[in-house]
Design a binder for this molecule. Structure first.
Ligand code: DCP
Ligand code: MG
Length: 360
């Protein structure tokens, strides 16, 4: 492996976790195109292709200036043949023909609409498409059985597809803090996900909950959810365990995690013509024991690609296994304890990258 590649114009490390990627993207024309193709690949269960496009997009996000010619990209890592073809198309023609035809395709449009329903993933959407369901109206008419989450997703479709603002995230943070402190005083709540990276909007709000005394956090999630439900601030919140037989446990899944929908009361100036005084917002709650908290914060701050690259770096360059729970050194055959993100980067032999620069 070549962790570092020198080029004439740009010099860029090959792992996203070695780079500082702010939200200041000078190549959004290119990264938008590649991200759309990545999304299309992911929705089509072509994960390998998806990652290749994500890596290429992430590399371009880290460049200090706008790319105007293909020659500037010579020798850069992460840019495969297919991504380079897309980039060339955009540089020469303003748009990529592959992106345009994907956007127009009946299948992509249907996948976007259907997976826009909370609780509907690529597999379900694909099955529905094969049954001739391409939009919400056809879904409603089809008589398909929907689970509780999907029913809520359909009911609050417009709200949940409206980006969440930082102000809304903060308002929800106060509700979560209040809930957690009511059921277990001394608990701590940390904002993670895109908002911790400085994003101004998100598709949801992510929180990590812990307690400074190890073990106190056990059983906390159902209590928090019950409190929220009793306050009528949540709607259709539900607990999902992804450890079921259908989906094998991944290293993201062992925390108590609650994908919920909050009912957030709007401030006066946000009230719309419909006079709806509240709106539905997606909230992810995760509980972690304090001993794993640093790993959980690092693992839930993202971006998704940054996380994937951290794990790849750990495995391929350091012979270590990183998860949102722990770091295991396969050479020394032991777990490495950490109480801060800085310590974890140090174990991995990486320069510390703050959250605002993990926007790969
Ligand atoms: N995460 C991950 N792998 C997953 C799911 C989540 O690494 N399969 C981590 C990284 C994400 C974080 O959890 O950044 C939160 O997940 P989100 O899907 O909410 O991602 P973001 O918060 O980054 O995006 P958005 O702003 O759209 O909510
Ligand atoms: Mg998020």
């Amino acid at each position: 492996s070549r962790p570092f590649t020198e080029v004439a114009l740009f010099s860029v490390s090959s792992y996203a976790c070695q780079r500082r990627t702010t939200l200041d993207n000078h190549n959004s024309n290119l990264t938008d195109a590649l991200s759309l193709l990545a999304e299309n690949a992911e929705l089509s269960n072509e994960d390998g292709r998806g990652v290749a496009f994500r890596r290429a997009a992430a590399l371009l996000k880290a460049l200090p200036t706008q790319v105007i010619s293909m020659s500037q990209l010579r020798g850069l890592p992460c840019l495969g043949e297919h991504s380079l073809r897309v980039i060339k198309d955009v540089l020469e023609n303003g748009v990529s023909s592959e992106v345009e035809s994907t956007k127009q395709s009946k299948r992509y449009k249907a996948l976007k609409i259907l997976t826009g329903i909370f609780g509907v993933g690529a597999k379900t959407a694909d099955r529905w498409i094969r049954e001739g369901i391409y939009n919400l109206e056809q879904l409603r008419d089809s008589g398909q059985t929907l689970n509780r989450a999907q029913k809520a997703g359909l009911e609050h479709y417009d709200d949940l597809n409206e980006p969440v603002t930082k102000a809304e995230a903060d308002a929800i943070g106060e509700i979560v803090q209040k809930a957690v402190n009511s059921v277990l005083p001394g608990s701590e709540v940390a904002l993670t996900g895109g908002f911790r990276r400085g994003k101004l909007t998100g598709h949801d709000v992510d929180f990590l909950i812990t307690h400074p005394e190890e073990g106190k956090e056990v059983g906390l999630m159902p209590k928090v959810v019950a409190w929220l439900e009793s306050q009528k601030t949540t709607r259709n919140s539900y607990l999902e365990s992804k450890d079921g037989p259908a989906r094998p446990a991944s290293n993201m899944d062992r925390f108590e995690r609650c994908f919920s929908i909050f009912k957030l009361t709007k401030r006066k100036e946000q009230e719309t013509a419909s006079h709806k005084i509240w709106r539905a917002v997606r909230v992810d709650l995760v509980v972690s024991p304090i001993s794993q908290f640093a790993f959980a914060v690092l693992g839930w701050t993202g971006s998704k690609l940054f996380e994937r690259e951290l794990r790849r770096w750990a495995g391929h360059e350091k012979n270590m296994s990183l998860s949102s729970h722990a770091l295991f050194d396969n050479t020394q055959n032991k777990y490495l304890r950490a109480t801060s993100e800085e310590e974890i980067f140090a174990y991995l032999g990486l320069e510390y990258i703050p959250p605002s620069e993990r926007n790969a």
